[in-house]
Design a binder for this molecule. Structure first.
Ligand SMILES: O=C(O)CCC(=O)C(=O)O
Ligand SMILES: [Fe+2]
Length: 327
């Protein structure tokens, strides 16, 4: 049984506003912070092509994949990392993956200034088709995320373009492709350990294998694959901006399917240079000081979204933290 709601965003995509979708988003964000997005208009052909070329990449010999190892991406924080190299909440994850972001050339002022997490993507020479699939997918999902955020804004009593006119006029976009080998029997290792996402919202494409779990007030529940949808969850910045009215909800993955699992999380976040204060009006109602799952108080943080992100990155990739200048 599907325990999380499905929200049809087709009117948010087409007309820019939809009180029905906004009400669905509000209910989901108050209940669990997770919902499925349907009616997004992202072509099935693009999703299928992305999946196919990603599988071809992960099927390469390890040495071939390591040609685009993250260490070669330097401060841009792009490329491949092998199984066990990424830590979540301090423990190595049972997954390998590719990190992508907005494609920026060497002449971009942010790249010239050496801003961490900005730069060119690393694409595999052995699967040249992956490049176009990833770049098309980034463009398509950026439009979907802006549409969902119009619904989020409306759900908080704000103008539908509230985020697009400010925080996401120049969004921070991070995109990952993860490959989870089948879990060893009786393992206690997680594909991805319990965590929350950092930014505004995440749109997750997952294959048919399942394995994503969400922590709700009544315990852990499954977020099984639903064909043609993305799983959407809100991140720490919306939690912070709403004073906890919308909570960024812990989730984790274990691939018990016996198959190779692929997932494609797309992270849609505020402008790197933006400070992220409470939202105006009833949007910042707050949750009344309930403790967060990890004891962190998102309100005490000062600085830009970029500062927050770089500090987080330093924890998940300790070996790369010098590259991005994380404390
Ligand atoms: O692979 C998944 O299904 C979820 C991944 C995830 O939660 C993340 O990358 O933040
Ligand atoms: Fe996540």
């Amino acid at each position: 049984m599907l325990e999380l709601p499905i929200v049809d965003v087709s009117r948010l995509v087409r007309d820019g506003a939809d009180p029905v979708a906004a009400a669905g988003i509000e209910a989901a964000c108050r209940a669990s912070g997770f919902f499925y997005v349907t009616g997004h208009g992202v072509p099935a052909e693009l999703v299928e092509r992305l999946d196919r070329h990603a599988r071809a990449f992960f099927a390469l010999p390890e040495a071939g994949k390591l040609e685009i190892a993250m260490a070669r991406g330097g401060r841009a924080w792009r490329g491949f990392f092998p199984v066990g190299a990424e830590l979540t909440s301090g423990r190595p994850d049972a997954k390998e993956g590719l990190y992508f972001g907005t494609e920026l050339g060497p002449d971009d002022p942010r790249v010239r200034a050496g801003l961490p997490l900005h730069g060119a993507n690393l694409f595999p020479r052995q699967v040249p088709e992956l490049r176009a699939a990833v770049l098309e997918y980034l463009a398509a999902l950026t439009a979907t995320a802006q549409a969902v955020l119009r619904g989020v804004a409306q759900s908080l009593g704000l103008a539908p373009d509230y985020f697009a006119a400010g925080y996401t006029a120049d969004p921070t976009v991070l995109f990952r492709i993860f490959h989870y080998p089948p879990a060893e029997p009786d393992t206690d290792a997680w594909g991805v350990g319990e965590h929350t996402d950092y930014g505004l919202l995440t749109l997750l494409l997952q294959d048919g294998n399942g394995g994503l779990q969400v922590r709700t007030p009544s315990g852990w529940i499954d977020a099984p694959p639903v064909p043609g949808t993305f799983v959407c969850n809100i991140g720490d910045m919306l939690d912070r901006m709403t004073g906890g009215w919308y909570r960024s909800t812990p989730h984790r993955v274990r691939n018990r399917s016996g198959n190779e699992r692929l997932s494609f999380p797309f992270f849609f976040d505020p402008d790197f240079a933006a400070e992220v204060p409470p939202l105006p009006g009833r949007a910042a109602t707050g949750a009344g000081g309930e403790r967060r799952w990890d004891g962190q108080d998102l309100r005490v943080f000062n600085g830009t979204y970029g500062d927050y992100l770089v500090a987080k990155v330093g924890k998940v990739f300790p070996g790369l933290s010098a590259d991005v200048g994380a404390a």
